[in-house]
Ligand binder design. Structure first.
Ligand code: FMN
Length: 179
């Protein structure tokens, strides 16, 4: 599969087979994330992987609660990856962030996670980004230190559905040249 096919065939997957995912496969996906670029090479990310039933269920029960309950169905995914970041990044990104107002660590995290997602697609896995969860509960469950925050969750597993492509804006709507 070439990159174009990987990008075009990827879908958010919300229904997974029970088939477990080998740790070598999970780590191949995280390896792709590890190689992502980051502002000032801060690499301010961490991946908490839940691939054991009891731990995964406890984490999902903790973070998909209250108004986030609609996402509880994701606990059926064989693997749940909680991605956290050091909010300040490193000293250089912290300074850059203060001056420019851009939260570089979030951009970095997004790139790394999409690397993970695309690698998963190449390996025949399905993924879904999950932003709708209690970050407060996740911080507690993951015992994250001060200055660290859970930003996103990724569900991973072998797909048990083949959704049609979801609509996208066309190129003309999103490009502006020279102004
Ligand atoms: C940052 C981010 C957060 C998302 N959060 C959720 C979520 O909480 N629950 C969910 O079911 N899908 C979530 N999605 C998936 C989007 O709904 C999905 O990417 C979008 O509808 C386009 O569909 P596609 O990924 O199949 O192309 C999220 C995607 C991104 C990038």
């Amino acid at each position: 599969m070439n990159l174009d096919e990987i990008i075009k065939n990827r879908r958010s997957i919300r229904k997974f087979k029970d088939t477990p995912v080998d740790r070598a496969v999970i780590e191949a996906c995280v390896e792709a994330a590890r190689l992502a670029p980051s502002a000032c090479n801060a690499q301010a990310w961490h991946f908490n992987i839940f691939d054991e039933e009891a731990a995964k269920e406890a984490f999902c029960d903790a973070v998909f609660t209250g108004i986030y309950k609609p996402m509880i169905f994701f606990k059926k995914a064989p693997v749940i990856i909680a991605v956290s970041a050091s909010i300040g990044g490193n000293l250089t990104t912290r300074l850059g962030q203060m001056v420019s107002g851009t939260r570089f660590y979030l951009i970095d995290l997004g790139i790394a996670c999409e690397h993970l997602v695309l690698k998963a697609q190449e390996l025949g896995l399905g993924t879904c980004w999950i932003g709708w969860f209690s970050a407060k509960a996740a911080k507690k469950a993951l015992k994250l230190p001060l200055g660290h925050q859970a930003e996103i969750i990724i569900a991973l597993g072998y797909p048990d559905e083949s959704p049609a492509p979801r609509p996208r804006k066309n190129l003309k709507e999103i490009i502006t040249y020279n102004r």
